[in-house]
Design a protein around this ligand. Structure first.
Ligand code: HEC
Length: 116
């Protein structure tokens, strides 16, 4: 029993370390995490963040911030705003906090700032 607890603690510790290292690497991890968690990756790549979508007609969002700011993106994702007269394919279901972090991240994806 003792061994099992030690083992579990060890596993948690390793997971925690990986999480921490990962956060440091990406600079702005939370938005990316949410992006992956919400399955945006089914239809979108973000090549500059190492996200590659298998779909042939995937829309790459690496430069979304060049065109749209976080405020607009959050409205677009909740279908309050349209792009070229079209609503987004899916309505994002998330907490306000998640929506904000995700939109801020997408809004920060600008061509000039890549590679920081
Ligand atoms: C079912 C496929 C699908 C999913 C899932 C999806 N999208 Fe999209 N998204 C699209 C398509 C297609 C477009 C291009 C506009 C259009 O044709 O409606 C788009 C456009 C966008 C745009 C605007 C890009 C631009 O420059 O015009 C953003 C930002 C975006 N999506 C973010 C997201 C986020 C964040 C998620 C996850 C919550 C997500 N998308 C999930 C299909 C999808």
């Amino acid at each position: 029993m003792r061994n099992l607890i030690s083992y579990l603690m060890f596993v948690f510790f390793v997971v925690f370390l990986f999480g921490a290292a990962y956060s440091l690497n990406t600079g702005n991890p939370d938005g990316k995490d949410i992006f992956i968690e919400k399955k945006c990756t089914m239809c979108h790549s973000v090549e500059t963040a190492g996200i590659e979508c298998k779909k042939k007609d995937a829309v790459d969002l690496s430069k979304t911030g060049d065109t749209y700011d976080a405020g607009f993106i959050s409205k677009y994702l909740t279908r309050e705003e349209k792009i070229a007269d079209k609503q987004h394919k899916v309505t994002l279901k998330s907490s306000d906090e998640e929506l904000k972090v995700l939109s801020d991240w997408l809004g920060s994806l600008k061509s000039k700032e890549n590679g920081q």
